[in-house]
Design a protein around this ligand. Structure first.
Ligand SMILES: [Mg+2]
Length: 189
């Protein structure tokens, strides 16, 4: 069976991030995340896959294993509803160019996840708070939702100037989930 998925950015999409967050004891979920994730997964059968840039590893701030511990704790906080976590540990300023090819806006992590989890990208979505999340989604062939908590026009302009447009701009995670569910069900849920 081929699955549909929602690909999720991690920092400032699922959890607050003051910058290079790594301590699992400091995880605070963004509003609506726990409920939204539960609904997408258990009411509508979406696979949920986190796609995250973690250049803090390349910068020497923390190790791969620290990110894995953080991710495990984050998943516990959402009742282990997340199916898989992908992260790119590289940054072109600190790593080889070739290594950094996984980094969003590259579609590589999404494409790898699609193969592993048998995902049909044409019925899948990407949710994230940065223009690079939207670009990654577009590059992967999924529909895209930009989270714009702070109503920051710069993000929209940056995408606009690059000739890119998210399918939807949401003010919070609940709104993003509502869009996905309505889009998926054609408003008939
Ligand atoms: Mg983010």
């Amino acid at each position: 069976m081929t699955h549909r998925a929602v690909f999720l950015d991690r920092d400032n999409t699922l959890n607050y991030d003051p910058g290079y967050i790594i301590n699992p004891d400091e995880i605070k979920l963004m509003p609506g995340v726990k409920e939204g994730i539960n609904e997408l997964k258990n009411s509508f059968g979406f696979k949920l896959i986190v796609i995250s840039n973690q250049s803090g590893i390349a910068r020497g701030l923390f190790k791969k294993n620290d990110v894995q511990i953080f991710n495990r704790k984050l998943n516990e906080l959402v009742n282990n509803n997340i199916d898989d976590f992908y992260f790119c540990p590289f940054h072109p300023d600190f790593s080889g160019k070739e290594d950094s090819l996984c980094r969003k806006p590259s579609p590589n992590m999404v494409l790898n996840a699609a193969v592993k989890h048998d995902i049909d990208l044409t019925i899948s979505y990407m949710v994230g708070d940065m223009p690079s999340d939207v670009e990654c989604g577009i590059n992967s062939g999924v529909k895209t939702i930009l989270l714009n908590y702070e109503m920051n026009d710069d993000k929209i302009m940056l995408l606009h100037n690059a000739g890119k447009r998210p399918n939807f701009v949401a003010m919070n995670f609940s709104e993003a989930c509502k869009y996905i569910i309505e889009d998926y069900t054609g408003g008939n849920n």
